[in-house]
Design a protein around this ligand. Structure first.
Ligand code: ADE
Length: 256
């Protein structure tokens, strides 16, 4: 996977992604991350890329020309059209399913805005996906793009040392992950659940599935409407919601 980031702060993007698992994946050639400085495509002697908004109002707007030329240079170099992801609070909120979809691409371009945004005309011309990190406003798209790159990279085969660990974790089947424990067996008087020490793998799997269901019900009941549940899961949910009177808030889950 080749990630291309169009940004005013290339060093922020590169230095932030150069360590740990993502850094190793780059060294191993499993992914590449290249950051283009949009300012390099300004055509004035002060390298300005922003100007006042037509119609008035606060802040500055990034001009269409430098963004367009920066993207076209990338497109010419790679010789193909690529998905262009514009990081914006007005986009679809990023989630694991989107990460899986993006991870199938060979190339992805991330467009990071600053100031009050980017001139709409160039967005209409080049952007294929508008993506937000959540319902809050950042000072720029870089941290959002870096978060997406981190998340997508770990889905690429070979990036995680144990391939399974990308499968059994939070959001697998749209459920949260079960709780994990390691040594010591007792910590400040609190013991690891006995079942995990039993060596009985079928029972452990069942317990973990149930813990995932409980945790999702308690913390993120909204996820359950898209969860992959079998009849045993449904029975278990019915039982614990009756026993504990857990209040499930989403309409879709009323039938559980
Ligand atoms: N740029 C500014 N705020 C953002 C957000 N919430 N998500 C993605 N990009 C952004």
């Amino acid at each position: 996977m080749n990630f291309h980031v169009l940004t005013l702060f290339p060093e922020m993007v590169l230095s932030g992604l150069n360590t740990s698992i993502i850094g190793r994946a780059m060294t191993a050639g499993l992914i590449s991350i290249e950051a283009t400085d949009i300012r390099d495509y300004a055509e004035n002697k002060h390298n300005r890329v922003d100007d006042y908004p037509y119609g008035g109002g606060a802040g500055m707007v990034m001009q269409p020309g430098p963004v367009y030329r920066a993207y076209k240079a990338l497109e010419e170099k790679s010789g193909k059209k690529m998905r262009v992801v514009y990081m914006t609070p007005q986009g679809q909120v990023f989630n694991q399913r989107m990460a899986e979809d993006f991870s199938k691409e060979d190339d992805l371009v991330f467009l990071c805005g600053h100031y009050e945004g980017i001139d709409e005309r160039v967005l209409d011309m080049i952007v294929t996906d508008n993506v937000s990190l959540g319902d809050f406003v950042l000072t720029g798209g870089e941290l959002a793009a870096m978060t997406m790159i981190d998340c997508i990279s770990r889905l690429i085969p070979g990036v995680l040392s144990n391939d399974d660990s990308a499968q059994i974790e939070s959001f697998h089947d749209n459920l949260l992950e079960y709780p994990q424990y390691t040594r010591p067996e007792e910590f400040m008087g609190v013991r690891v659940p006995d079942i995990l020490l039993s060596g009985h793998h079928a029972n452990i799997d069942k317990w973990r599935r149930e813990q995932s269901l409980i945790r999702t019900l308690e913390r993120r009941p909204d996820l359950l409407k898209e969860a992959v549940l079998d009849e045993n899961d449904r029975k278990f949910i019915r039982k614990i919601t009756e026993d504990k009177r857990i209040d499930i808030k989403t309409d879709e889950n009323q039938s559980l």
